[in-house]
Design a protein around this ligand. Sequence first.
Ligand SMILES: [Zn+2]
Ligand SMILES: [Zn+2]
Length: 354
Amino acid sequence: MSEEKAAAKAAHAILRRLAAKGGIESAQPEAVEAEIVEALERYERSLEAVTAAVLVEATSLAGAQTELDRRSVEADVPLDDVALPDMVDQLSQLLLDSEHVDELFVDDDELDKIVHAALLDYLPAIASRERAKLAAAFVRPRTLLAESKPTPAVTGDYPFPLFEASLESANVDEAGPCAHCEEVVDVRFSKACFACFRAGKVAAYVMDTELGMVRAEDAEEGLLHAAPRSAAPRGYELVEMGTAAGDAEPWVRVRVDGAALTELLHTPKYETWQGEKWLFCCQRPMVFVGPMKEPLLARLREAEETQEEVVGRLLQSGTREAHERTHQVLNGRISMYVFHCPQCRKHRAHWDCA
Ligand SMILES: [Zn+2]
Ligand SMILES: [Zn+2]
């Protein structure tokens, strides 16, 4: 990684300059270098945390840059030259205290100068890396999501109309023989080759959705599992099943286009912690776009929207929850699964955690 390189390069430069002046006696110069690298990487990690926090609330690139400057100072990890005085002190002291340094033959001024010179290359490299992250978050690459024509979804070599995410986020089986036609294939879906899976040969396949489990027989009838009327989702045609003795209200089934449900049963599940929960919109299964990661979050931002506002929109949640979930998803404490509706182009998401 480039960040390791910057730190390692700086550490190496310090040791090399010291050695060139005959300024250091050490039996383990690599251990000294490693200590310097560790100190620099601590700085980088703190700074990265500041950048991530800034991105959560930023609405514009200019605003984000100002905020990064301000908060990095506040967190004691200023950007660029501003960090020089403290960091020179810190690294010089590290060299003086290091148990791997037997003797330094330079005076304090000279030591500071050597450290200073190495940091003059290092600090701007780190600063520009963090600033580039802000810039990247405000660039909106052309995306499938923004296109108006219905694009057939592609998962590598495996096109699924309802699965637009990469194969890594699909729940698939390792290479092996297809359980139905026995052809040996690289990727299997529920133990079937792509062709057999798409042809519906996996008879017992079940997809869990926000409207309940979908099985082959549900798809055939175009009706989903029963629920008491008051618990039924809004906006769907409901088919009454009568009221059982002792029940206050009738049970109903929800009508959903059978062909759309069949398509869902020919679609791989996505990887989750707690199991899939396929979302619906416009009375149809939505298209799975992928797990929420920073690039997807950046892509989903509409003009002037903050990351939190995107998350709030997708989860249909209040600002307080959106704030919390945004931090959690960016820190990897929860996973968020994003869908879009090819009919109305809305995005929705649900989340879970380990
Ligand atoms: Zn097969
Ligand atoms: Zn919709």
